[in-house]
Structure formats: C-alpha cells, structure tokens
Design a protein around this ligand. Structure first.
Ligand code: ARG
Ligand code: GLU
Length: 717
C-alpha cells in the first residue's frame, strides 16, 4: 500500500502543472521563468527568443499599426495579422464594384498589392532600462504632479538625444507602476500593402455573436507585405520600393498541436491592471462595470432597433456597433469572471497577509505602514466621483452629436482669435473633414441615444452633478427631455453636413456668435462644466495620489513576494507569455475541448443569421473533404484552438509558437469566462483563442486560390 501511495505521489508530481499567469519582458526573462518554460516543453534558448546582437524570434514580431500585433513569415516581408486588425485597410479598398470586405481579396502579383497610407509596422530594435536617467533629479519628496512633470522632461530630453543620430522612433514607458522605466527603439515601416484577406464570412465568421466566445470558428487573419527603400530601410510609399528583407522570418508549422503542447505568445498586449487593491476591484465589479455595461446595452439596443429595419443604418453602424459591443461583452464577462473566482476576497486575503508581514518589521512599517488607510480614503473620493466620470464618458460621450460638439468646441476655441474671414476659411476646411463622420451618421439613432442617456443621467446621477440645462428643461420644457431633444435636433448645425454648409453660405457677422450658441454645443458644455467645476479637481487629485500609493505598494509586493519575480502590467510593449494547449471547464458539467473543426462551421450554418452564413466555396470543399495537406491525422480540418497563455487586448494578431519556435497559429481573442484576466488571471478559466495555422493556409490556398503565397512560406510538415 505504501509503495502504491508513493507511486501515486510521484505521478502527481510529474504531471505537467498548469501554466502560469504573466506577460513577461523578453529582455528580462529570469532563470526561474525560463526553467519553467522548459519544464512545459520549450526547446528554444532564451537567446532564440530575445537577443539584441543576433537575430531572434523578436525580430519577426511586429506592432501592426497602432493597436495590434503580427508576424513576418517570408523572406520577402510577408506578414500575418488578424482580419479584424486589417479591417480598416480592407474596408478602405472596398466599394460596391470591388467589395473586398465581403468577397475577400488576393493580389495575384506584387503589382496588385494595395498600399495603405497611414498604416505602419514597427519592429522593436531594442529595449533598455533607463530608470536612472528618467529619475535623475526626481526628489522623493516631489508632489506626484511635479514628479510626473520631471519624468516627462527627462523622457523628452532622452528621446531628443537619441533621435539626433537615428531615424528610428524612441518611446519611454514606465513599468511596475512607474518604479522602472524602459526605452524602446522601433524601426517603423510606412509602406505596408494589402496582399490577401479572406471573405468576411470566413474572416469574421460568427461576428459579434461569437465574439469573446469559445468554441469559435473564425478565420481571423489577413496578409500584408512590408515594402522598404532600396537600402531595406523604411521609406514612404513609392512604386520604386521593394519588398522588405527581414532579419528574421518564421516557419509555419502544419504538424498541428495536441493537448498540453507548449505555446508561446509573442506580441504587444496593451493594458492590464494586475496589482489593483481589493477595494478598487470591488468598486469596479459592483459600481463601475455594471454601470458601463448598462449604458452600452442601451446604446446597442437602440442601434439594433434601427439597423434591423434600415439597411443604410446597418452599413453605417456596422463598425461602431462592433466596437461598442466588443467592450460591452468583455466587461460583462469580467464581472462574471471576477465574481466566479472570488477575486475580491482573494485579494483581501493577500492584502491581510501583506499587512501582517509589514507589521512584523519596523523598516517595512516605515515604508508600507498605513498604505491601505490612505488607499481607502482615496477610494471614498473615487466612489463619489467615478460614477459621474463614467457617465460623462459612456453616456454624454455616448451620444455622437455630443462627441462632435466636444470636437467642434475645440475647433471654435482654437480659432477664436482669427479675423472673421480667416475664421470662415477655417470653418470651410473644418466642414470638409466631416465627410466620413456624416457618411456614417444616423440622426435617427443618435437622437434616441441622446434622449435615453440624458434621462438615465438625470435618474442615476446625484442631483449635485446635474448640468444647468436640466434646470432649463424643467423650466421651459416641463422636464421633458424628448422635447429638448426635438429642439436640439431641429436647430443644431451639428446634425448634418448640409446644415454646416448652409451656415457657411449664409455667413454674416453674427454667424460665429450663433455657432457658439448652438444647442447641441451648449448641451455638451453644460455637462462638461459639471466635470470641470465639480469633478476634475477631487477626482484627479485622487488618481494622482493613488498613482503614488500604487508605486509604493508595487515595491512592497515585490519585497513581500521575494520568492518570485512579479511581471509588470502590460503597457503596449513587447511581451511573451507561455502556456499550454488546453481546454477548460467553465461550468459544472461542462467541459470544452481544446480545438474546433470545419464541421462546427457547418453546424452553425444558418442563412437567416448574417453572422452564420457559410462561404459556399468552403461548403464545397467540406463536402468533398478536400483539405489537402492541411488535414489532421484523422482527415479532419481544424479551425481554432485554445491555450492558457495570459493575453490581453493588443495581442490580436500575435504569433503563437510551438516549442521549436514554429508558427502554429495567430492569437485573436480570449474566452468570455476568462476576460477578467486583465485584473485577475485564473489558470482554470482563462484561455486565449488561436486561429490554427493550418486553417489559415487552407483558406489562403484552397478557398482564395492564393497558392503562390503559401509557396512563399517556409512550411514545416
Ligand atoms: N474580441 C476581439 C478583440 O478584443 C475581437 C474584436 C473584433 N471582433 C468583433 N466582432 N467586434 O479585439
Ligand atoms: N481581440 C483582442 C485584440 O484586438 C485580443 C483579445 C483579447 O483582448 O485578449 O487585441
């Protein structure tokens, strides 16, 4: 019996344990971290992952445009990123005659590749710790505001210094709650051409219905190419430019993945908040997120009501709806997830242990004693003001006419000192910048949003923060917000470009004054004054104070957890996170497998739901089981899989590597039950969703007929 027990213990110990949280700075991979990766199966050396002097995986990983990640896959600068990351570029080339968004796009030769002004690809040249430089002259007794000013000055000076001898872009970013600062040097390419995109019924299959959801069947990829000057350096778009020759490009594996395989996600997660105090998480779960979720839901309902009956509105609001819905669904998932894992209680327990540890030692007490008392005082302030702040952002600025009013207000102010003629000329130019805005604007939707949001503000926000227009609405409109909205939408120029043009045509010496008296502008200003006069000062003071407390807390936490190194929150800089291919169990009795197949696409097929209309070509290939070399060993075609890498927004398009550094897929989402991982990662619930590289190649090759692109790759079979 004893022997048996011993054997059992050994087996348990040998079982691969679950992957850890963390988005690690590749230049700082410590031995413990690296050993852990090896334990999970990694065969790469730390130098293979990140090296300044030799080419390493990092040289193939890109920051795609401003918010996504991507990877170089050929010696001629071909890159993969997500479909939703290339969406704007694909849309910009789409028209009724060439609807690449709907039908997909393939450049059959280099000359057909389409330029995208404004789109950039950045390569990290190197990252280095510049804490000493940035903190030079920063006295510990400075106020938080003055500290930030000094840090900014030092950063600007450093960047100016570096920029003297280099055309590269330099960025300074804080790590560990502003305890440490890194300088990042990027080579930024600006001639980026669209090479291929799947049709939307593949690249966006499942749409918003499946967004944040596992099991998933989205072929979320697009293909671009980096072009460079003859010297291989960044150059503005020119027909003389040539495909970029990368320092490193990665092979694409079609060997497939199995449960427990090692996975490495390499990319640019934008923002996480792992070290929040329990009380702040509590306020987030009980106060801020539910409020924001409600406001988003109201907006989505109103959009959908109109989009369902009005085909024009459906096109106009497609991207806006996707954006509003994306955060709405994520926040709802976060509330559920944070509750499900008792994040607040767990953080409270940890804080208690921390405080006990502090109390044990005089010097710790001097540094960290009283921290939570100060936090709590700030959270009281925060609790009082943050609802107003959230309502300002989500409700006031949730109405498009009020957003335009805020921008128009800046325009008016900026040009207020101009002579009338010069002002009129600027006004004319301003109107032209509104083309796209009005192309995608429905006053019918916006007016209903405007009414609902003003009503909700009046109902849910304490009277002391009510704007002055509420008094007017009470006095002159019997408190009827709808009638106020009727008046605003009837009289404001901000409702259409025609009205702007009419104002220009009828220009006279009173015109400018009239613009300042615009009722939409004044509705906006009335809310804005509340924010400035009653909220900004106490709220900002509280945020500044918290910044300084969190900086101290972070130092305390690192000391407290002296047995391990903590990872810094994401800040849109290059990170690696490691994990394993694994399914999960979101609820009692439910177990999700780790991969999906093309069969699942056919099961979802529903010609009456636009998100689930299946590509006819895909259907044909499925019927013939014509999967070519992309099938798995059972002649099944896999579409997506899940793993336990800790990822966040910005990791879209991130390459996912196997133990040998071969590309096994593109990261594009997280599962709904695990969206709380930005605040609290739970290894049993948090999964990232990855497009299987085999499905990507299958779609390129068999659906889009872009075999020539597949030939450009280095395929590992
Ligand atoms: N949830 C993914 C992310 O956060 C995909 C978003 C794009 N897709 C969509 N249906 N809105 O960015
Ligand atoms: N879709 C997200 C993005 O655009 C990635 C998903 C996530 O937040 O993990 O970056």
């Amino acid at each position: 019996m004893k022997k048996l027990l011993l054997a059992f213990v050994c087996v348990v110990l040998l079982l691969p344990s679950r992957a850890d949280d963390g988005m690690w700075v590749p230049a700082l991979l410590d031995k413990t971290r690296y050993d852990r990766m090896v334990q999970l199966g990694c065969k790469l050396s730390a130098e293979d992952i990140y090296s300044v002097n030799n080419s390493s995986l990092k040289d193939a990983v890109i920051l795609f445009d401003r918010g996504c990640s991507g990877v170089v896959v050929s010696e001629s600068g071909l890159i993969f990123t997500n479909h939703h990351c290339g969406y704007g570029a694909i849309q910009s080339h789409s028209s009724l005659e060439h609807d690449y968004l709907t039908n997909g796009f393939v450049a059959n030769s280099r000359s057909e590749e389409l330029p995208n002004p404004g789109v950039t690809v950045s390569f990290l040249v190197k990252m280095s710790d510049v804490t000493d430089k940035i903190l030079s002259g920063v006295d510990p007794n400075l106020t938080e505001f003055n500290r930030k000013t000094k840090v900014q000055e030092n950063s600007d000076a450093l960047i100016a210094e570096m920029s003297k001898t280099s055309a590269n872009k330099f960025v300074v970013k804080p790590l560990y709650n502003e305890n440490q600062y890194f300088l990042y040097e990027y080579e930024v390419y600006t001639d980026i051409r669209l090479v291929a995109a799947p049709p939307s019924n593949i690249g966006k299959f499942g749409g918003d219905t499946d967004n944040w959801v596992w099991p998933r069947h989205t072929g979320d990829f697009s293909v671009f190419r980096i072009y460079a000057g003859k010297d291989n350096k960044p150059a503005p778009y020119s027909t003389d430019n040539v495909p970029y020759k990368p320092k490193k490009y990665v092979p694409v594996s079609i060997k497939g993945v199995a449960e427990d395989d090692f996975t490495l996600v390499y990319g640019y997660p934008a923002f996480t908040d792992q070290y929040l105090a329990a009380r702040e998480v509590e306020l987030m779960v009980n106060l801020s997120l539910p409020q924001k979720v409600e406001l988003r839901r109201v907006r989505l309902n109103l959009m959908e009501d109109e989009m369902n009956v009005n085909p024009l509105a459906r096109i106009q609001y497609a991207a806006k709806h996707a954006g509003v819905s994306n955060a709405w669904k994520k926040w709802e998932g976060m509330i559920k997830g944070l509750n499900a894992v008792d994040a607040v209680e767990k953080k409270q327990d940890m804080e208690q242990e921390f405080q006990q540890w502090v109390a044990q030692d005089q010097s710790r007490n001097a540094k960290y004693g009283g921290l939570f008392k100060k936090f709590d005082a700030n959270f009281k302030v925060y609790e009082r003001y943050s609802p107003v702040f959230d309502y300002y952002n989500e409700a006031v600025l949730g109405s498009e006419i009020l957003v335009l009013a805020s921008r128009f207000y800046s325009f008016l102010n900026k040009n207020s000192s101009l002579e009338d003629d010069a002002f009129k000329a600027e006004f004319k130019k301003y109107i032209q910048t509104l083309d796209v805005y009005f192309k995608n604007y429905s006053p019918a939707i916006d007016k209903r949003v405007f009414v609902s949001f003003l009503q909700l503000y009046r109902k849910n926000i304490s009277a002391e923060f009510h704007p002055e227009i509420f008094t007017t609405i009470n006095a002159k409109y019997k408190g009827d917000i709808s009638r106020w909205a009727d008046m605003v939408f009837e009289k404001s120029v901000l409702v259409s470009q025609e009205r702007f043009n009419a104002a220009l045509e009828k220009w006279n010496k009173n015109s400018r004054k009239k613009l300042f008296a615009d009722p939409a502008l004044n509705t906006f200003l009335s809310f804005y004054s509340v924010l400035l006069d009653k909220v900004a000062n106490p709220y900002n003071a509280c945020i500044l104070s918290n910044d300084s407390l969190y900086r101290i807390y972070m130092r305390g936490l690192s000391e407290f957890h002296s047995d391990r190194i903590l990872f810094p929150d994401a800040n849109q800089t290059l990170r690696v996170s490691y994990g394993q291919v694994e399914g999960y169990s979101p609820n009692d009795g439910v177990r999700y497998g780790y991969y999906t197949t093309i069969d699942g696409i056919m099961q979802k097929n529903d010609s009456t739901i636009s998100d689930y209309v299946v590509s006819p070509k895909l259907m044909e290939l499925w019927k013939a089981k014509d999967y070519g070399q992309y099938a798995d060993s059972t002649n099944q075609l896999r579409v997506c899989f899940v793993a336990s890498n800790h990822t966040s927004g910005g990791n879209s398009g991130s390459p996912v590597f196997n133990a040998n550094g071969e590309l096994i897929g593109l990261n594009f989402d997280r599962c709904w039950e695990g969206t709380m991982s930005d605040i609290y990662y739970d290894p049993t619930l948090c999964r990232n969703i990855i497009l299987d590289s085999r499905y990507l190649l299958f779609v390129l090759d068999k659906v889009s007929g872009a075999g020539h692109l597949v030939q450009e790759l280095k395929i590992v079979k």
